[in-house]
Design a protein around this ligand. Structure first.
Ligand SMILES: Nc1nc2c(ncn2[C@@H]2O[C@H](COP(=O)(O)OP(=O)(O)OP(=O)(O)O)[C@@H](O)[C@H]2O)c(=O)[nH]1
Ligand SMILES: [Mg+2]
Length: 305
């Protein structure tokens, strides 16, 4: 199964629940005000967010769907087009290009969202375009975290800079960037500890990692990617808010979209923050990362076949 088929398959359950929920609302031949309100309500329940839901409602109202047509089909077309035009500007495929100058990427996010796994998967894609890739094991709080990143580095055959458990994460980042510059690496991916955004000292630590990289390269970190878990629902909004306050986020990756996760929250994020969406995580394996593509996303979200 190709990655897109996997994506569609992973989404199938939530996509068909979504469309059958809509079908239950659209039973009449004509879309009246009550039906429009129900559609809006339904979209909000599906995590799409108030802004996107009310825009979609307005588009459906303005469209004046011909009652002779298959109304459900027409609504699916409207939804697909809406998702596509909302998400298209957020594609950022260039993230995966081979860079001439060093690109230091800070990977952040709360506990267990999939940061370390995602670094492994990104590393694999970057390697495939001939980039020299280094991992920086800046989650020094747990020995297992360093080992986990090390095992990914071995698996996809990239360099890793690490230090003993308990050592200063910022100094690991510093050393990694120093080494990477010296040896003409194209990318350094910095793994960080999953931290709760309300724990002040941990967030200070996180900020320090970013600041230390600037000492070597004022433009570093060149990317700050926040990893979000699709199964966390509305909580992701708060995570974007909190992390963005500390170091401006330059892109999002949403993981765990395989299985039964709902993807509606991505629309809410797109509408609210307009942050680039780098990739989507669709499993635990090294190839389970899909570079974000708005058209494919819209197609998977509104599955009509
Ligand atoms: N199904 C699925 N599981 C994933 C995905 N990405 C990561 N995981 C799993 O989620 C769990 C946590 O992943 P990690 O990469 O360790 O997450 P982390 O954010 O580094 O965690 P901490 O370092 O503890 O904060 C692991 O069991 C991963 O295999 C995904 O896209 N889909
Ligand atoms: Mg980790």
């Amino acid at each position: 199964m190709g990655i897109f088929d996997k994506f569609k398959f992973g989404f199938k359950k939530s996509a068909s629940a979504f469309t059958s929920g809509l079908k239950d609302i659209i039973i009449k031949k004509e879309i009246d005000d009550k039906t429009l309100d129900q559609i809006e309500e339904y979209l909000i329940q599906s995590d799409v967010g108030i802004l996107a839901a009310s825009e979609i409602k307005n588009i459906i109202a303005q469209e004046k769907i011909d009652p002779k047509k298959n109304i459900m089909n027409e609504i699916n077309i409207i939804l697909k087009n809406y998702i596509f035009s909302l998400m298209k500007p957020l594609e950022k495929e260039i993230f995966f290009d081979r860079k001439d100058n060093l690109n230091a990427v800070l990977i952040s996010g709360v506990n267990g969202v999939g940061k370390t796994t995602t670094i492994g998967k990104i590393g694999k894609i970057l390697k495939s375009n001939g980039s020299k890739v280094m991992f920086a094991a800046c989650d020094t709080f747990r020995a297992a975290a360093i080992e986990q990143l090390e095992s990914w580095a071995k698996k996809i055959n990239v360099e890793i800079i690490k230090s003993a458990q308990g050592s200063d994460p910022a100094s690991v980042a510093y050393k990694a960037i120093e080494e990477a510059l010296k040896n003409d690496f194209n990318h350094v991916l910095i793994d960080t500890a999953g931290r709760l955004q309300n724990k002040k000292n941990l967030m200070e630590e996180y900020k320090k990692i970013a600041n230390v990289t600037k000492k070597i390269d004022p433009n570093a970190p060149h990317d700050v990617i926040l990893v979000l878990d699709a199964t966390s629902g509305q909580n992701v909004i708060n995570q974007v808010e909190e992390f963005n306050k500390i170091i401006p986020i330059t892109g999002l990756i949403m993981t765990k979209l395989d299985g039964t996760a709902k993807g509606g929250i991505l629309l809410a994020l797109a509408k609210k923050y307009k942050l680039p969406i780098i990739a989507l995580g669709l499993g635990e394996k090294e190839d389970d990362l899909q570079i974000f593509d708005a058209e494919k996303f819209a197609e998977a979200f509104i599955q009509t076949n």
